[in-house]
Write a protein that binds this ligand. Structure first.
Ligand code: ATP
Ligand code: MG
Length: 357
């Protein structure tokens, strides 16, 4: 809880590319709504982007700026929420070290989200030493802000579970809180960290336009928030359902219908499309794709308009200014957390005060 009595939220994105409609339904939509009632911290995991793209520093910088523009276009309000640039909050890196000691190595390597990423991104056995470390770093992102709620897509739930384990282990090792304590009681019993909860969006795993894998920035199967109507149509056109004719009964559990339910707002129309599709009642995939494209454009059109204000170098400057200003706010909270953690860990041997300009 903050001084204003609002619970804190921490969540974020890795600058591996721009944001897509999977981010919207999985997490971003919730973030925009929750800004009202929570003290929100939205993190750009630019350090984590280096775990898979160390040789692409300039691209990581570009993507970081583009993601902030996506956020602003989607309705993140920099006057209410704090935008956290991970590399400018040193307490996160320090906490990552301490937390790495609280998790067994094999526990990290067995994390199902990491395993899936290694497979999907074809990392084989070539991934860097730092790659699995990002999962530990994510625990530090969340706990540095002593967040209670983490709005994420389904793929992140395993990471949040690990973060909950770290918070409990820290409380047991250094704050004397029994592992049998109820999650809700941890702070009351002396833990400096609440046990955070994942909040999965209304679609936890939006499938990509390849019809198979999770829509992902890195997999080339995404409709980006900044795509044009033409690009949206073209990408939806690639979505293959295997259905051949307009009168062939179709499976409404397929990827196309996940999009129908995620983006068409009119419930009655969704029911009608599902019913006709199941019966093969003179309805082609092409027609449904046109309706889905219109619905997605209804969502992205206003974002595109807002984004237009931030295009070009002056938009980049504005983003850099916001990130610098907000780094101060973020550091106040994270430094306090680090101080409290070190105090619990019997580490107050010297006084250190960092200042942020
Ligand atoms: P990458 O391919 O680099 O891992 P990504 O597309 O998975 O990128 P992340 O930055 O890893 O994006 O995820 C940011 C947030 O968006 C996380 O909370 C994640 O769970 C959520 N998210 C990502 N993809 C989807 C999706 N297809 N459906 C629902 N939520 C998603
Ligand atoms: Mg991801």
């Amino acid at each position: 809880m903050t001084t204003q009595g609002k619970a804190r939220i921490l969540t974020g994105d890795t600058p591996t590319s721009r944001l897509h409609i999977g981010h919207w339904v999985g997490s971003l939509e919730n973030r925009v709504q929750l800004q009202e009632n929570y003290d929100c911290y939205f993190l750009l995991a630019n350090m984590h982007a280096f775990t898979t793209r160390a040789e692409k520093a300039a691209e990581i910088r570009r993507d970081t700026i583009e993601i902030v523009k996506d956020w602003l276009a989607a309705g993140i309000d920099p006057n209410r929420s704090t935008l956290v640039l991970q590399t400018e909050v040193p307490a996160i890196a320090e906490l990552s070290w301490f937390f790495a000691m609280l998790l067994p190595f094999n526990r990290v390597m067995r994390n199902p989200t990491l395993k899936t990423e290694i497979e999907l991104k074809d990392l084989g056995d070539k991934y860097s030493f730092g790659f699995p470390l990002y999962a530990v770093g994510q625990c530090a992102d969340i706990l540095a802000f002593r967040a209670e709620l983490v709005p994420v897509g389904e793929d992140q739930v395993a990471h949040i579970e690990m973060c909950r384990e770290v918070a409990r282990k820290f409380a047991w090792n250094y704050c004397g809180v029994s592992p049998d304590a109820e999650d809700a009681d941890y702070e009351k019993l002396g833990s400096i960290f609440p046990i955070p909860k994942a909040l999965v969006g209304r679609v936890g795993r939006l499938v990509g336009v390849d019809g198979k894998n999770k829509m992902s920035k890195s997999l080339g199967n995404a409709i980006f928030l900044s795509d044009t109507p033409k690009e949206i149509k073209k990408k939806l056109g690639q979505l293959y359902t295997g259905r051949q004719t307009m009168d062939e009964p179709g499976d409404t559990d397929n990827a196309l219908f996940q999009y129908v339910r995620a983006f068409i707002k009119d419930e009655a129309r969704i029911k009608e499309l599902e019913d006709r599709y199941r019966r093969g009642d003179n309805i082609g995939d092409g027609h449904i794709k046109v309706e889905v494209a219109e619905a997605i454009e209804g969502l992205l059109g206003p974002m595109r308009e807002r984004r237009a204000q931030f295009e070009g170098p002056s938009g980049d400057d504005m983003v850099v200014n916001i990130l610098s200003e907000h780094a101060k706010r973020a550091n106040v909270v994270a430094e306090e957390t680090l101080y409290l953690a070190k105090e619990k860990m019997h580490m107050q041997l010297a006084r250190r005060r960092l200042s942020f300009e």
